[in-house]
Design a protein around this ligand. Structure first.
Ligand SMILES: Cc1ncc(COP(=O)(O)O)c(C=O)c1O
Ligand SMILES: [Zn+2]
Length: 399
């Protein structure tokens, strides 16, 4: 595992030390301050193949996302078995692969980012972490904080999927339910954190959630035989996974593991009830506007303004991808379709990706020969209340 060389600002490229916990760039001349990227000196890996560095030893104690420890910080992990999730081949679409992130601990891809963020928090000796969450980050933080004996302070909308509330309570987190959406939760954390002594691990306001989620980029490439797919479909709220995967691609090219110039087209998928990135992309804007009255049953996509919108938009454009909105009706139609015809029970967010894939196939943006990775970012089983309501099902026992 490499030592962190420095943290680099995504806006002004200032270098900050990782010796103490950092949040956002302190050197940016303009606000909002840039998010920070973790940078390592990886020269010792130059000239070594991906297979050799990552290895395939079944007896290695470094399993899951920690198989990429050569490109992760050199600290003792807090782990619950996150990462190395299945890459399933679609039965009906020969070019489509479904990355099943519901197989992670706490049933979502949030486990990767929070495993690393909590790992680093423990390393720095932080005792109280706070997070505004659409739901799944709350569950993941609560689990990893419990594993690391750290306090978790969670702020989430009152109407989160029931599973997110139940898991956070069971893990013993301090849970505050907010009448509003994630941006209202973020405001409360921002107002109280100094007084309460909380370290804020909001999306992109510290560098390690992106760093954990970058393992999805390494992993999808490894699972495709160390080759890029043609496109990646990512259900986008705060965009951490998209940003993390792009960072992984950059690192793999620097290491000589992949040829530059062939990166996948990145597609950010949102719900038409909350589509700030889609609107900014279509307007040719560098950043998004706060989306008013955000409403979608895909709770993870109910993010009215992403802190890293400027990075997401850059990546979509640089990759030749685009931002796509799908309606909640299309989301649940696709969810039923994949459940009944593929045996895969998607989260509403994952079904946004599959619905968008159908849409782009039908409009000719992509065709069946393109190799496409669709992210199911959470397990369908975390949303039984939400999906039951959408499908018009009631509890058969009348409860
Ligand atoms: C299941 C699911 N998918 C997608 C997202 C959006 O993730 P990101 O913030 O990385 O864009 C979330 C966020 O809560 C989520 O829970
Ligand atoms: Zn800066």
């Amino acid at each position: 595992m490499p030592a962190i060389a420095y943290l680099e600002c995504s806006r002004c490229h200032a270098r900050l030390s990782a010796d103490t916990p950092q949040t956002l760039c302190t050197q940016c001349p303009d606000q909002p301050a840039g998010a920070l990227y973790v940078r390592y000196d990886l020269t010792h890996l130059q000239g070594r193949s991906a297979e050799e560095v990552v290895g395939n030893d079944p007896t290695s104690p470094w399993s899951g996302m920690w198989r990429y420890r050569a490109v992760l910080p050199d600290v003792e992990p807090v782990t619950l078995g996150e990462g190395w999730t299945p890459m399933l081949r679609s039965k009906r679409h020969p070019g489509a692969f479904l990355k099943e992130e519901g197989a992670n601990p706490t049933g979502s891809f949030k486990a990767r980012g929070l495993a690393l963020a909590v790992t680093m928090a423990r390393h720095y000796g932080l005792k109280k972490l706070a997070v505004p969450s659409a739901g799944n980050a709350a569950g993941a933080l609560a689990a990893y904080a419990a594993a690391a004996d750290i306090e978790a302070h969670i702020f989430m909308p009152r109407d989160v999927p029931l599973a997110n509330y139940v898991e956070a309570m069971a893990y013993g987190a301090n849970v505050t339910l907010v009448d509003g959406v994630i941006s209202d939760c973020a405001r409360i954390v921002g107002e109280r954190k100094q007084r309460e002594g909380w370290f804020d691990i909001s999306t992109l306001k510290e560098p390690f959630r992106v760093e954990g989620k970058k393992t999805m980029g390494y992993e999808l490439v490894e699972q495709l035989g160390w080759e890029y797919p043609d496109a990646v479909f990512y259900p986008t709220g705060g965009g951490v996974g998209l940003i993390g995967m792009w960072k992984a691609f950059e690192e793999m090219e620097q290491l000589g593991w992949l040829k530059p110039g062939k990166r996948p087209r990145m597609f950010a998928i949102q719900s038409s009830g909350c589509a700030p990135v889609v609107q900014a992309f279509n307007d040719g804007a560098a950043a998004s506007q706060m989306w008013q009255n955000a409403e979608t049953a895909a709770s993870g996509l109910r993010v009215p303004k992403a802190y890293g919108d400027y990075i997401i938009l850059d990546i979509l454009r640089a990759s030749g991808g685009m931002a796509v909105a799908v309606s909640d009706d299309d989301i649940f139609a696709s969810l039923r379709d994949w459940a009944a015809n593929e045996g895969i029970f998607l989260s509403p967010e994952g079904a946004a990706a599959t619905a968008a894939y159908d849409h782009l196939l039908s409009t000719g943006v992509l065709d069946a020969s393109h190799r496409v990775v669709l992210f199911n970012t959470g397990a369908g089983l975390k949303y039984t209340d939400v999906t039951a309501a959408a499908l018009g099902l009631k509890h058969p026992g009348g409860a």
